[in-house]
Design a protein around this ligand. Structure first.
Ligand code: WTA
Length: 643
């Protein structure tokens, strides 16, 4: 087979046409990925087989028999070449300040943390929860886990104590790593005391390691250890654990359409290869570039494009600790000027917020270093695309709208700026990446072949970065991703394909709301709000929101006999959501209603609520199958009064 194609693939040049490489990746996946994995990764023992995957049973194995260590790939091999090369530029919360951390320094702190973890009894396969602000120490903690084969579970430091507790317990983590406080937009967040509250409900936690960010005095218990102190007591070298390609690397919790968040599990070699190749090829990353993905490390974007992808490629990557409007809406662009950023990667919601603040905040700063402008998280509407392209990019840069998910490990659909056959089209993430074969299916599982017809976005072939399971619940993994459309991966998103084969994402087709770039499960939010004693039931839906993409609309039914204003109920429900989930999940609108549109079997017809919330009452359609059709009219009346 190899003789039919020109091997080895010339992937050292990013400017080849996308179509030829793409075709090759689908035709000969074993050779394609095997070749890349051999050449791009350092192996302790080379793999014997490229893949063994079955989309019907959900068993996925890549690079079988291979022995590898991710931290060696991200650190040691670059240190051997040049220990002084900047790995991170830490853009700190304090305006105008940054710190540069070299590969050598990062390796040293990684080894020290690894040795601390080992001293505390952490072994291969143990889970370590991380609840820290964006900092080099957070990345070093992740890499330290990778060094010794522990599985990290980073929890975004905006989640409440209760959310953190649930995630620690689900993973049965023995160690939690945190900081005294986080600082964001000049305000401090008491991380250590949130951890204390969370860990109070966790039997599994033996040790809490507390790093210093602000230096605030925080009460310590015998369970706690000061991280920097412990690091100074151990050796600065740590032999990397030889790990199987399919040993778990990390889990990351994400909201689903049912109940509680699920721990999406990624493994070593396949994930690393996919994160690194997408970082290079989608962004046309070249040596010497300054790559700034401003996502928080607490989300998958930060895992793949702040930490693993860029570090595997030996890149210089920016760690953004602050807020886009702190101290003013010029923060991103002042940073671009100061750090000579070449790649800037953010979320559409941030772009839309900045549009409102006025062009002068952008134009004030020199952005001539910028070459590629990326975004991820929700559809990038045409207006935002245009602003990003003309105002920020001065029509000189390339916009890469990247579509992917926690579950996909890395970017799956995006333009390839360096390829001569890839022209970005506003509103379209456009082209599937190497190895990704999308397919649109109707609700009845028919394959959609026509252009410009919306369907469920599925992926029909395995790729190295794909999630392997939901931690501790493979059945749920199958039910959510592989059973809805048997034999293919179901993304949960709707999409269409234009006549040129370019893809556009139309939004979630399940009960997940994408608000401000965050993924919020309606079931989780409703379960939380239903604990308010005066509330009988709630239903939340997304509605179009100018800045957030989707706003969150909560319909609330009070218990019989309860009289309360919507304002007081809304305040109480917000307090509950803050406590049980996080402030980013707060609904934007509340409406007290006498009932919900339900089918005779008791299922809430969210389609109807979505239309009402979006002010599209004329499109409600047939409501006669509802248990009580009159409730719809009543809800519409209440909604109209609210406006
Ligand atoms: C949405 C983020 C439209 C989508 C990396 C997906 C997008 C969810 C895009 C995953 C895009 C992501 N255009 N929608 N370019 N990128 N999404 O797991 O609904 O936090 O399923 O991963 O974000 O969110 P997650």
């Amino acid at each position: 087979m190899a003789s039919e194609v020109s091997y080895p693939l010339q992937l050292s040049s990013v400017s080849e046409s996308h179509a030829s490489l793409y075709e090759e990746s689908l035709k000969h996946p074993e050779q394609f990925w095997g070749d890349l994995a051999s050449r791009r990764l350092r192996w302790t023992k080379k793999f014997d087989q490229v893949m063994d995957c079955d989309m019907r049973t959900g068993q996925f194995k890549w690079f079988l028999g291979g022995v590898i260590n991710v931290s060696v790939n991200c650190l040691d091999r670059h240190v051997e070449e040049n220990a002084d090369k900047p790995a991170f530029i830490w853009e700190k919360d304090e305006p105008g300040t940054h710190e540069v951390i070299s590969y050598g320094q990062l390796l040293e702190s990684t080894c020290r943390i690894a040795n601390v973890l080992k001293r505390e009894g952490v072994k291969k396969g143990d889970r370590v929860a991380i609840y820290m602000p964006a900092s080099p120490l957070l990345a070093a903690t992740m890499l330290a886990c990778a060094r010794i084969g522990a599985i990290h579970s980073v929890v975004f430091a905006g989640f409440s104590a209760e959310s953190l507790m649930n995630r620690i317990n689900d993973a049965s983590a023995s160690v939690v790593v945190t900081a005294d406080e986080a600082v964001r937009g000049g305000k401090t967040i008491p991380l250590k005391s949130i951890v204390d509250e969370a860990v109070g409900g966790c039997q599994c936690v033996q040790r809490v390691l507390v790093s210093r960010r602000t230096g605030a005095h925080v009460p310590m218990t015998p369970r706690d250890l000061q991280l920097e102190q412990a690091m100074s007591e151990v050796s600065d070298s740590c032999a990397p654990e030889p790990l199987d390609s399919e040993d778990p690397l990390f889990m990351l919790y994400t909201s689903g359409s049912t109940g509680k968040p699920k721990g999406i599990l990624h493994t070593q070699a396949g994930y690393l290869l996919y994160a690194s190749i997408t970082q290079q090829y989608v962004f046309d990353y070249r040596p010497g570039d300054v790559y700034a993905c401003v996502a928080d490390i607490g989300w998958i974007t930060g895992h793949s494009y702040v930490v693993y992808g860029p570090l595997c490629n030996g890149a210089t990557t920016v760690l953004f600790e602050t807020h886009p409007t702190y101290p003013d809406p010029g923060r991103y662009w002042e940073m671009v000027q100061r750090l000579k950023v070449t790649h800037f990667y953010t979320a559409p919601t941030a772009i839309r917020m900045l549009i409102r603040k006025g062009d002068e905040w952008v134009k004030k700063y020199d952005r001539s270093s910028l070459r590629i402008l990326g975004c991820v998280g929700e559809p990038l509407n045409k207006e935002a695309w245009k602003w990003y392209n003309t105002v920020v990019g001065e029509e000189r840069c390339t916009i890469v709208d990247t579509y992917w998910q926690t579950e996909t490990g890395g970017i799956t659909i995006a333009p390839r700026p360096a390829a001569d056959d890839s022209q970005p089209k506003p509103g379209f993430p456009s082209l599937p990446f190497f190895g990704i074969l999308p397919q649109l299916r109707s609700e009845n599982d028919e394959v959609i072949t026509e252009s410009n017809v919306q369907g469920h976005l599925c992926i029909t072939k395995p790729w190295p970065g794909m999630a392997r399971t939901i931690y501790g619940n493979h059945q749920n993994f199958m039910d959510v991703y592989y059973n809805p459309h048997p034999g293919v991966y179901f993304t949960g998103d709707g999409a269409l394909r234009d006549e040129n084969g370019l893809y556009r994402i139309t939004g979630r087709v399940d009960d997940i709301i994408m608000s401000k770039g965050h993924r919020i499960g309606t079931a989780e939010l409703e379960c939380a709000m239903n604990t308010e004693p005066r509330v009988a039931e709630t239903a939340v839906v997304g509605y179009p929101h100018e800045i957030y993409g989707e706003g969150i609309y909560a319909f609330v039914i009070l218990k019989d006999g309860v009289v309360a204003s919507v304002e007081t109920i809304a305040e109480d429900l917000k307090t509950i959501v803050r406590k049980k989930i996080a402030s980013f999940a707060l609904p934007n609108q509340f409406l007290i209603v006498p009932g919900l549109p339900k089918t005779r079997s008791g299922k809430i017809m969210r389609r109807i609520l979505r239309k009402i919330a979006a002010d599209r009452h004329e499109e409600l359609g047939d409501v006669s199958t509802l248990a009580d059709p009159s409730v719809v009219e009543k809800i519409v009346q209440e909604h109209n009064l609210l406006k």
